[in-house]
Design a binder for this molecule. Sequence first.
Ligand code: PLP
Length: 481
Amino acid sequence: MADPTLFDISQRGKRCTRMPAPEKGAEELIPAQHLRAQAPGLPEVSEPEIARHYATLAAQNFNVDGHFYPLGSCTMKYNPKVNEALAADPGWARLHPATPEEHVQGALRLMHQLEAWLCAILGMDAVSLQPPAGAAGEFTSLRVFRAWHDSQGNTQRTRVIVPDTAHGTNPASVARCGWTVTVLESGDDGRVSPEALADALDDDVAALMLTNPNTLGLFEAQVLQIAEMVHDAGALMYCDGANMNALLGHGRPGEMGFDAVQVNLHKTFSTPHGGGGPGSGPIGVTAELEPFLPVPRLVEQDGRLAWDWDRPESIGKVQSWFGNFLVAVRAWAYIRACGADGLAQVARDAVLAANYIRASLEDVYDLPYPGACMHECVLSARTIAEETGVRAADIAKRLLDHGIHPPTMYFPLIVDEALMIEPAETETKAALDRFIEVMREIAREAAADPEILHDAPHSTPVRRVDEVKAARNPILRWQGR
Ligand SMILES: *Cc1c(COP(=O)(O)O)cnc(C)c1O
């Protein structure tokens, strides 16, 4: 039987707190047409009951503090708790964005330093912290590209080339910018093929959007040649930098020939992402594009920081106030604590962990693109599916029975039965070994007893859900018993 809801345990007259009766009746305070005819049917419970109800629900949740979570920086890597504590400090958290600049020099200094550090990490000349997510960073950068092209009289450039492995936000950002997408098919090695790119380039192309390492976890080793081709064709190079976890301290988009890049602070730089926000997608650009960045820009004069709104070439405002400030606080603290050497170590450990998993599983699962990977490895259950009927989704559900969160599945779209595994830098070797052992065990089960996988998970509070029905007929409200 399902756990009782708050409505089930409700008893008339129970309360957590008692509010003093208002001095005036509701009729005097609220116009009659806005008053309910009947009191709402809210559950009536005591404080311990409500506390236990939510604690029980929370305990049923899969979470990164309790379980191995191979979704990685892309979705939910483990983040140091100290950065949460710092961001929650009332000195930051209760700051009002309209506070006069002279009273918030410390907060402005933090943002200014973070901009400078991100410039150094990305190899770019200027950074804006304003975009509130990775997709918003893509969109803002494309608007900057468009303003630059307009300033050059290149108004015929309306096409953006996007590889078929790209995250779905890339084509969406292009469309929001009023441009059209040309999809570039990946080469046999899972990377951009310079020959295919040459065919796609023309004088109506505004930019190439490239994710490096790409979403197959592969480094685009020909990026310098690609950048030269794109620039020779009069277009700009955009780097989707959401996979920065792999590059920290080892490779800089600015040195790879990119003109702009976004970085997802809520992925690599210590803000939890799985809950759905808030995020932050700062963008870095070359000096040539700097005048077009969103307003306001943070400027320093005589040791004082101030917002500069007077920037005639700017694309304007892209976010209320100055971006998601508390995400910037976590990123500042993370970078400060790691230092340059520590950040390089983060990338080394993340890449090593992914390759350890790849090398330990490639004899049991398909590896569609052989060879070393970066921060994530993309395996495939294609052969297992053909031989046993067990699909990637069944494997993912079975992992839950072993207390492991499923990896990203069925992405990138060009890999059948894809299992994209990103352990990130924080997992111990023991945790990785256990994951490998469970994945091998599941592959054995697929051959011996596929039903157990089709019916998984067996041990979770909610068993296999009908995902199609849940999407088509969502019941999001208590409907009585
Ligand atoms: C997450 C991600 C994005 C989008 O970032 P959001 O902050 O979710 O908008 C874009 N590209 C890649 C490769 C990503 O992993």
